[in-house]
Design a protein around this ligand. Sequence first.
Ligand code: PLP
Length: 361
Amino acid sequence: MDIRITKTTAPKAKPADESKLGFGKITTDHMFLMNYDEGQGWHDARIVPYGPIELDPTAMCLHYGQADFEGMKAYRTAEGKIQLFRPMENMKRLNLSNDRLCIPAIDEEFGVKAVKTLVEVDADWVPHNVGTSLYIRPFIFAVDPLLGVHPAKHLIFCIVCSPVGAYYASGLAPVKIYVEPKYVRAVTGGTGFTKAAANYAISLKAQEVASKQGYEQVLWLDGVHRKYIDEVGAMNVFFVVDGEVITPSLDRGSILGGITRKSCIEVLRDKGYKVTERDISIDELEEAFDEGKFDEAFGTGTAAVISPIGELKYGDKVMPLTGGKIGPVSQMLYDTLTGIQWGKLEDKFNWIEPVSDQYRI
Ligand SMILES: *Cc1c(COP(=O)(O)O)cnc(C)c1O
């Protein structure tokens, strides 16, 4: 399938000060669109000037949340080249989400091509400052104008891009985490392993409770026993206990399989660390903390790459970690992954996918 390109005649001004970009506040000049209609499949792939999308008020996504998304980035290297990090993994995961939500699958190779072409068209929007990047948001939503609950027959696949700032303005900073005792994010058999839009709506309440108490993120316990650790906010989580690097196993189906998580496991194994994917309970962590064996904890995700955890609060128990500093495993993973992403380190795992500039305005 070809991608029809209609360039904007009114390009927006690029951000003057890249140190003030923040996250997701501005969008680029173009967006990718493709429609699904029963009988036709996915069709009419196009890149058009960025702008509002008209929906019928009964559009299914607005009522029943049949919608999912992905999150990835384009990075500008010191030489000015633009590159993506494991984009095929995002498209595979989008189809995993699609399957769970009865959304028709996309062609994964074509999805990567769509991302690359859009980034090429908006290449000048990929920011230059150290640590900045172009955040890419592919998403799919059901638009059938019908109030009945059923799998949609008409959907839109859209990709938008947003130049984003360095996540850490002044180096890696540890975050304080609130272990959520009441609300759950996901349960076995549910949608926790997908990037279903609804997963994020139901996580807001706990985030609000945590924020009010001065904590930045929520640590989610499993929805059945309220005991095993799932994730931290919208990041996967790792613990270093007595020399072993542990991350919750994906087997329960309540955890999103992060591409950063997967990459961290590969880097750790390559460097000879002992990494275990298994269930780990909050009680085990408390015990390790009391015995002085809880060395480090960190979250992983595309936005922050590595988010070191400086403190965990579970009920009345406050567990400060690494004395406000960055643990050695967190630092090593951050340096390695960002080094590969921004082209400062050799891409020994073959994770980088270059973007050319043939469609640049
Ligand atoms: C997107 C996401 C992650 C991180 O995935 P990456 O592919 O590493 O960005 C982790 N947990 C949740 C709930 C997510 O939505």
